[in-house]
Design a binder for this molecule. Structure first.
Ligand SMILES: *Cc1c(COP(=O)(O)O)cnc(C)c1O
Length: 365
């Protein structure tokens, strides 16, 4: 609030101002990112990535069906086609063992999604990409401050995309960032972000006027959002520690119910460090999930489901997919329930949530 007030009092709302620069510096230095540009959303960053990959009509892009629509839309907007692959049952991330069977002569890229802030199996995925000459884009919307074998997510592919949407860990309402990990993309990324002009070179004094040089859009975020984000990034460790404590408390409180066989709790592989983005229960059936959801809602607890698999949606059907194509994805779509998790949640609130989950299962069995 202090930063936003300072910004407004200063009266200059020009974008890419001091707060944006501070956010960029914080992100680049903390996560060893070659180049960061702030964007109005992760969706915008993914759309920029699709342009940078030079996707053309008829091209194919491999991705999970268990993701948010933005991953697929970024590809569709270039006239390219999402080619879905099922997910792993443990992390609910792209099943790397099923990627190669989907690669064709038209495949141009793999868009990975790090679900719940837990890494995809990046070493095998990067190896597949290298062998088939494919770009790798990380939809790291949920994965800021998560790691794969010690390396920050968002920095492992050619491009990474983060979200600062109000539902994520570090937020500014609506916001995002693109990580340009491949140096040859750096100049073009700035042009695309500035509506296809070389305005950035003009501001740096390298050219005496700026003009239209490429395709592009308005992918520059508001300085007001950057002021909010700056405060969040400066508190990154504190926010992270609070989420970690809340997540661990849920794990402890829920373990007896898991041992009774009512559901599975999320597990993070030993070589991955997560950011405690989501606490979910994987229930035994869609019926249990729907009834538990209704029960918690009745108690005023804001439990929520997550992705409706893209391949079973209206658009997915148009792309030629049918229900039954991806069983692990469909199980997650039907059986997964997210519990409320936020930095300020109290131990009492968490106990109330878990008590209500327990009460539900007392009635079910
Ligand atoms: C939240 C999310 C997005 C969209 O982020 P916005 O900043 O709202 O555009 C994209 N992909 C995934 C996996 C997400 O979780």
């Amino acid at each position: 609030m202090e930063y936003v007030t300072q910004l407004l009092a200063g009266g200059n709302l020009a974008s890419d101002g001091v707060y944006t620069k501070r956010c960029v510096e914080l992100l680049e230095s903390r996560f060893h990112i070659a180049k960061v540009l702030l964007t109005p959303s992760c969706t915008a960053a993914l759309e920029m990535a699709a342009i940078l990959c030079d996707l053309q009509p008829g091209d194919e892009v491999i991705m999970p069906s268990y993701t948010f629509v933005s991953t697929a839309n970024a590809v569709m907007l270039r006239g390219a086609k999402p080619v879905f692959v099922d997910i792993r049952p443990d992390t609910l991330n792209l099943d790397e063992s099923r990627i190669e069977e989907k690669i064709s002569s038209r495949t141009k890229a793999i868009f990975v999604v790090h679900y719940a802030g837990v890494a995809c199996e990046m070493d095998p995925i990067l190896d597949i990409a290298r062998r088939h000459n494919l770009r790798v884009i990380e939809d790291a919307a949920q994965a800021l401050h998560s790691y794969y074998r010690g390396r920050p997510l968002g920095t492992l592919g050619d491009i990474g995309a983060y979200s600062f949407h109000y539902t994520k860990n570090f937020i500014c309402g609506e916001g995002g960032a693109i990580c340009i990990n491949l140096p040859e993309f750096a100049d073009r990324a700035e042009i695309i972000r500035e509506k296809g002009t070389n305005r950035r070179q003009f501001l740096l004094g390298n050219v005496d006027k700026y003009t239209w040089v490429d395709v592009g859009s308005s992918q520059v975020g508001s300085e007001v959002s950057s002021a909010l984000l700056c405060g969040q990034l400066e508190m990154l460790d504190e926010i992270h520690a609070r989420r970690a404590a809340a997540y661990e408390r849920y794990q402890q409180l829920l373990q007896p119910l898991e041992l009774s066989g009512f559901f599975d709790l999320p597990r993070v592989p030993a070589h991955c460090q997560g950011n405690y983005h989501i606490m979910y229960l994987m229930l035994r059936s869609g019926d249990h999930r729907d009834r538990l959801l209704a029960h918690l809602r009745d108690q005023g607890i804001s439990a929520v489901i997550h992705y409706v698999p893209l391949h079973g949606s209206a658009m997915g059907t148009q792309l030629g997919y049918s229900p039954g194509d991806f069983p692990v994805t469909e199980r997650a779509g039907a059986c997964l329930l997210r519990l409320p998790l936020f930095a300020d949640i109290t131990a009492d609130q968490q106990e109330r949530v878990v008590n209500q989950v327990a009460r539900f299962f007392e009635q079910v069995v």
